[in-house]
Design a protein around this ligand. Sequence first.
Ligand code: SF4
Ligand code: FES
Length: 378
Amino acid sequence: MNALAAPLALLAELTHRCPLRCPYCSNPLKLTPASGELRTDDWGRVFGEAAALGCMQVHLSGGEPAVRRDLDALVAAAAEAGLYTNLITSGVLLDAARLQALRDRGLEHVQLSFQDSTPEIADVVAGLEGAHAKKLAVARDIREAGLALTTNFVVHRRNIQHVEAMLDLGMSLGAERIEIASVQYHGWAIPNRASLMPTRAQLADATRVVEAARRTLEGIVIDFVVTDYYAQRPKACMGGWGRQFLVVSPAGFVLPCHAAETIPDLKFDNVRERALADIWRHSHAFNLFRGTAWMKEPCRSCERAEIDWGGCRCQALAVGGDPALADPACALSPAHGALLAMADADSTGNQRRFIYRQLRAGKSGEQSVAIEDAEAPA
Ligand code: SF4
Ligand code: FES
């Protein structure tokens, strides 16, 4: 067996709290309340342990990481540990002064999410009026603070026809990288799949637009993450289970991917109780689907086994009922035909309502989730 390499990056989910309510949020359905989040000093220790393990980067994420009042201290701790610091944010809680303060504490890069190129659709998808205008202002503040900027546009049936306008917007805002990312069907995206799934024709049009832009635009990186329901082969989800990334949840659990807690019977270790390096190397959850020994057919004898690592374990569970099956996005999976039929039915149906997540304080002071419907924009 090859020696285990160090992870490339730590995805630090600082909180599940967020002022937006995107109907494709990848956070779990059961959320960690603020009282259960790791504290500043816990995160500082985690950043030090990640750097010692060999991580090069930390992605400070959520929920919305800027709801943490100690975000500047967290950025400083990550930078002092020697990690390249990237803030993944909706931007709506940031302003010029806070961005300059974060830069002064060591922040290097911001990935700013957009829900569309138009305020009409963006604000409905975000579930927050005025969100899009605020993001445009924050993008300019990010560049004026001298921070590197990636703009991230999440696309689905309601907005994928705007890909060209999204690329124009990203360029006009001075982004070095533009991500056009199709919704991935985890978390809240599963109950909203019938309102979000693009048609095959929409995806083909968007692909043509992105390919043309890549040929003509210089000095800018365009990432395009396609809807893998329509793919022939799956993506190497997270670069392979337990190979490149560590995710630490708001409560301190260490996960191979953000949706791993959906897999029943997996026990996850917590940074409050066990060192990060020990978890990376020896935890049951990381080793269960690491490498290829766990694979069944058709993955076991497939030439792509060490290329895509069997795709996504969480999707194999969600669609096929077993996390050790080939990802149903793979045309060699027995479940692939059913997946395609589901995608075609969802994308051509009339479902237009979004189910939004909403945080509410329960009697115990903890947050719970309520559901609210709204008509999706045309
Ligand atoms: Fe990947 Fe398994 Fe499909 Fe081969 S059979 S392409 S390893 S998912
Ligand atoms: Fe969990 Fe893909 S999201 S392995």
